[in-house]
Ligand binder design. Structure first.
Ligand SMILES: NC(=O)c1ccc[n+]([C@@H]2O[C@H](COP(=O)([O-])OP(=O)(O)OC[C@H]3O[C@@H](n4cnc5c(N)ncnc54)[C@H](O)[C@@H]3O)[C@@H](O)[C@H]2O)c1
Length: 258
């Protein structure tokens, strides 16, 4: 019995794979034995993200916009054409949007965030679920956020979109009743990343963001998370999580512990 969670041979489709969390997670999944289909709208960065993956990952990159249904159908078809199936779907692409209070937020920017973070997650599940339901097996892991569990100043639409991801996750889990398909989501907290820096910078309104020790003061772990600390995704992807569905998992160093 291996002492670590293994994903040998499983086909994992990951969106937002060129980003900070996505690229760390394809590495994690590949190191555990998964074969990888990496999807992002940034084609050149995708190539960089898969460059040093183990050969066993047989990495396929697909440049696609998750808000376009034809492109979503294409990335699912590309995975099935190359590997015959999809076992794991890490539905992770997302944007933070503008960092402004509601009364300054444009409708156009609001709709853009909903389009990527909610419509993109919906479309991904819409096209992956038939593949998984046909084989009566599979694991979907959506990326929400701790902003999907509480209010977050100046990122109202981001927060609303991540609340929606949790709702989509729970509903999809019910809709897979009686099948071997599981649907869960992860809620990362403050991860050391471009997205977090952009949010902190935007909240400070052009001034210096507060010093890091003040930020981490509200996190029991007393530090930011690293994108590489995503082993929960490997667990949820694996058969070890066979009785886990409809749940959301915080990966936040205790930030949301009441
Ligand atoms: N960084 C954090 O602190 C944090 C915290 C909680 C949740 N999250 C969530 O984790 C996920 C990944 O975030 P990240 O920090 O890696 O951000 P990131 O910006 O580094 O990566 C996001 C990736 O998604 C891609 N993307 C955006 N819109 C797309 C579209 N329409 N079609 C295809 N690809 C698209 C981007 O090109 C990018 O590569 C997001 O859903 C984010 O909301 C991040």
């Amino acid at each position: 019995m291996p002492d670590r969670i293994r994903l040998d041979g499983k086909v994992a489709v990951v969106t937002g794979a060129a980003g900070v969390i996505g690229s760390a997670t394809i590495r994690l999944l590949a190191e555990r034995g998964a074969r990888i289909v990496a999807v992002d709208r940034r084609g050149a960065d995708l190539k960089t993200a898969v460059k040093d993956l183990p050969a066993s990952a047989e990495a396929l990159t697909v440049e696609a916009d998750v808000t376009r249904e034809d492109e979503v159908a294409d990335y699912v078809r590309a995975a099935v054409d190359k590997f015959g199936t999809v076992d794991v779907f890490y539905n992770n692409a997302g944007i933070e949007g503008d960092i402004k209070p509601i009364w300054e937020y444009s409708l156009e920017s609001f709709r853009k965030v909903i389009d990527v973070n909610v419509v993109g997650v919906f479309l991904g599940m819409k096209h992956v679920l038939p593949v998984m339901l046909k084989q009566n097996k599979g694991s979907i892991i959506n990326t929400a956020s701790i902003a999907g569990l509480m209010g977050s100043p100046k990122i109202a639409v981001y927060s609303a979109s991540k609340h929606a991801v949790i709702g989509l996750t729970k509903t999809a889990s019910w809709e897979c009743t009686g099948t071997g398909v599981r649907v869960n989501c992860v809620c990362p907290g403050m991860i050391d990343s471009r997205m977090l820096s952009t949010i902190l910078q935007g909240r400070s309104g052009g001034n210096e963001p507060p010093p890091m020790d003040r930020i981490v003061d509200r996190i029991p772990a007393r530090r930011l998370g690293q994108a590489s600390e995503a082993a929960i995704v490997a667990f949820l992807a694996s058969d070890d999580a066979s009785y886990v569905s409809g749940s959301h998992y915080t990966v936040d160093g205790g930030r949301t512990a009441a």
